[in-house]
Design a binder for this molecule. Structure first.
Ligand SMILES: NC(=O)c1ccc[n+]([C@@H]2O[C@H](COP(=O)([O-])OP(=O)(O)OC[C@H]3O[C@@H](n4cnc5c(N)ncnc54)[C@H](O)[C@@H]3O)[C@@H](O)[C@H]2O)c1
Length: 430
């Protein structure tokens, strides 16, 4: 049993305080770098020795500006990297930033988050502030942090502070500035919100405080469900425009001239990464348990899940127009990352498109400036240099910033799933 003691003045408001960042992935690593930039000491903790080795060698998927920051801080004594959870006890603040994916059955996979929170609770000490930043279901902060800390004898909100503050980092986007992106914050008590705000403000001056962790958890789910619904709608409208013989790009550009009440969303080959394909399922899963219907969200997620198959059907249709079958056809995919500017292929629609094409008997190759090799269930596939591409049809899945795609002009059949390749005159869209 711990003796309760109020946290009078968190150290972070005065001297150099130490923050443990648990999970050094796409979000956790840039978070650690921003904290270091702000003059704090950071203990970066990751369960994966491979990830720590990659970070220590400066060989990670980051924007050039972030890579430069990483290389600068690697040599600094203020940046400790460890697989040792015991180091959590040395920190004044703990930021948890581990993955929250879904299972193949589309239910939340809380394995990493549950394990990380258990370890944080085990090593927590009086006076700490613990901030959960992973996207998760409503009530998770209390379930995985507040209740177990109380069971350990702490008095959360008094001798240990707990808050939820979702991440809004946009990896791979050069003009995205996390420091000028407001973030939402909700503590289990006003004092917990205040303690978490003191540390978060060091890297993000604009905080939007809400009354509870639940409101902050739901805000993140709302943001990403909003995106999912709009992407599903944009895809549907692309199909509608196609059936009416219209260009969806032209129609969207026209609609986007409205200065209010419209936000531009473009169609695509589907969605990837660990946000849009996953986060709305945290909400749907929770609502199913409460027998609450969310038919619009449900339909959007179904539409999104079916989109890669629509791309494959379109490939087959285009080949059939030229008297070919997908079986035996050579399909080349340009860009397999789930979005421009990153090497991240998690949940990338390209993976399903490639698998479906291969299952239909097509021979598939790919090119991606950021991805050298794909690890597929039926073997690895290496990126093909563009001057060696021999294909019956080229699918443009992701176009990276500044990528030279002029070579596509030499290919008669180009399916543009990005809906952005105006420079390739012979291309058709999904
Ligand atoms: N990637 C994005 O664009 C983005 C944006 C906003 C929010 N998020 C959310 O942020 C969270 C983290 O996402 P990410 O993309 O950084 O994930 P990630 O997979 O890139 O990184 C997570 C890291 O956590 C480590 N890890 C896993 N289990 C651990 C444990 N028990 N202890 C310590 N380390 C552990 C992994 O080895 C990995 O290095 C997720 O909840 C995600 O939904 C992601």
């Amino acid at each position: 049993m711990f003796q309760a003691q109020a946290i009078d003045e968190p150290k972070q408001s005065t001297g150099r305080s130490t923050v443990a960042v648990v999970g050094l992935g796409y979000v956790g690593l840039p978070t650690a770098l921003s904290l270091l930039d702000a003059g704090l000491s950071v203990i970066g903790i990751d369960v994966s020795p491979e990830r720590l080795t990659a970070i220590n060698s400066g060989n990670v998927d980051l924007l050039p500006t972030d890579l430069a920051r990483l290389r600068r801080h690697l040599a600094s004594e203020q940046f400790d990297r460890a697989a040792d959870y015991g180091r959590i006890a040395d920190a004044d603040t703990v930021i948890v930033c581990v993955p929250t994916p879904v299972t193949p059955q589309l239910v939340p996979d809380l394995t990493a988050l549950g394990a990380a929170c258990r370890t944080v609770v085990e090593h927590a000490r009086r006076g700490q502030t613990i901030i959960l930043t992973s996207t998760t279901y409503v009530g998770c902060t209390r379930d995985l942090l507040e209740t177990p800390l109380r069971d350990r004898g702490f008095e959360p909100g008094f001798d240990v502070h707990i808050a939820f503050s979702p991440e809004r980092i946009d990896p791979g986007v050069a003009d995205h500035d996390p420091a000028s992106t407001p973030r939402v914050l909700g503590g289990i008590t006003p004092d917990s919100t205040r303690a978490a705000a003191m540390i978060l403000r060091r890297t993000c001056p604009s905080l939007h405080e809400v009354s509870s962790p639940e409101a902050a958890e739901m805000a993140k789910l709302l943001e990403n469900t909003f995106r999912a619904v709009n992407i599903a709608f944009a895809n549907e409208m692309a199909d509608v425009a196609g059936s009416l013989g219209l260009s969806i790009q032209e129609v969207v550009e026209a609609a986007a001239t409205k200065p209010y009440g419209f936000m531009k969303f473009m169609p695509g080959p589907g969605v990837g990464g660990h946000c849009i394909p996953c986060d709305p399922h945290y909400l749907l899963w929770q609502l199913r348990g409460r027998r609450v219907a969310a038919p619009l969200t449900d339909a959007a997620m179904t539409g999104i899940a079916l989109r890669p198959r629509r791309v494959v059907a379109r490939l087959a249709e285009l080949l059939a127009d030229g008297g070919h079958s997908l079986r035996g056809a050579r399909v080349h995919v340009v860009g397999v990352a789930y979005k421009p500017g990153v090497a991240d292929v998690r949940e990338s629609p390209a993976l399903e498109i490639i698998a479906e094409c291969r299952a239909a008997g097509a021979e598939v190759s790919f090119t991606d400036a950021f991805v050298a090799e794909l690890h597929l269930v039926d073997g690895n596939l290496k990126s093909t240099p563009v001057d060696r591409v021999e294909a019956d049809v080229v699918l443009v899945h992701t176009a990276h910033p500044g990528e030279d795609l002029t070579w596509l002009a030499g290919h008669p059949l180009v399916l543009d799933a990005t809906y952005r390749l105006d420079s390739v005159p012979q291309r058709v869209v999904v």
